[in-house]
Design a protein around this ligand. Structure first.
Ligand code: ZN
Length: 276
């Protein structure tokens, strides 16, 4: 399979749902300009981070990957699971590939991504530190192939102040600034030009409970999902994008075969026809 992008950068905004369109997010807009964005993508049920990030990484519904918050906090994900994370696929294709994961919610690195897959792992206690962490990493490892970054502050604001509330939207705008700083850093090092960028939320909130999520209410289950980079089309896709499609998109961008066990697919029309 043809490799479409030199590297992939996946940026996750925990708990942002599809509410970024209610806030001022010039950096996210710029990052996705010329690419594709939908505000009606669907995450998995229950709409909880362990299950949702699990499906994003492992390409299947929670019934198959088996992850939830408790398991992600306490167990290592089996390295021989039939539902590998997309990072494991990258690693298996090229054991020397530099793979990085930065997270403000530790269970992602501890229990969702298989141990030993990411060559560079960092957990931070506040989102703003991700900016310096990524900059320091990029200084030393400009050859990275895959990078995942997860921001957690938006979800915290949803629990504290209510999803969609003015203070929640303020944290979305602050996070947009962090995303902008990270992308500026990568651009200055010539690391954006041939990169595929995916930006998404794992779930929303405020469906059944104004300060929580987990239900199948559309406010909890609807997410934004955006993608930009070499060969990405802005053509509308016919089917709704599903969070578990993310893994297949990463594999395709890097020219890797998606495992048959993944139920997620590359959304139709996402890549320009010449490369389908
Ligand atoms: Zn939450």
């Amino acid at each position: 399979m043809k490799q479409l992008a030199k590297r992939v950068i996946v940026i996750g905004l925990d708990g942002a749902g599809n509410m970024i369109d209610q806030a001022r997010t010039p950096n996210i807009e710029a990052a996705l300009s010329g690419g594709f964005i939908t505000y009606s993508a669907q995450t998995v049920l229950p709409t909880i981070s362990g299950e949702c990030w699990g499906s994003m990484f492992h390409g299947v519904k929670p019934e198959l990957h088996g992850l939830n918050n408790e398991k992600a906090e306490t167990n290592k994900y089996p390295v021989d699971s039939p539902y590998p994370s997309f990072l494991r696929i990258v690693k298996e294709a090229d054991p020397t590939a530099v793979i990085a994961s930065f997270s403000a919610w530790k269970p992602i690195n501890d229990g969702i991504i298989e141990e030993g897959v990411a060559t560079y792992v960092s957990n931070v206690y506040a989102d703003k530190h991700l900016v310096t962490e990524v900059a320091e990493f990029a200084d030393k490892h400009s050859d990275f192939k895959a990078m995942f970054i997860q921001f957690d502050g938006i979800d915290g604001a949803g629990h504290n102040f209510g999803y969609g509330s003015p203070l929640y939207l303020e944290v979305i705008e602050e996070t947009d600034g962090f995303v902008g700083s990270i992308l500026d850093t990568l651009r200055a090092k010539d690391l954006l030009e041939e990169s595929l960028i995916i930006l998404l939320a794992d779930h929303g909130g405020g469906g059944e409970d104004p300060r929580n999520h987990g239900s199948d209410h559309p406010k909890d289950a609807t997410i934004f999902w955006g993608c930009a980079g070499p060969n990405v089309s802005d053509a509308a896709v016919a089917e709704p994008v599903l969070i578990e499609d993310t893994a297949a998109v990463v594999a395709k961008a890097l020219g890797l075969e998606a495992p048959d066990a993944w139920s997620g697919k590359v959304p139709a029309g996402l890549f320009k026809e010449t490369v389908e």
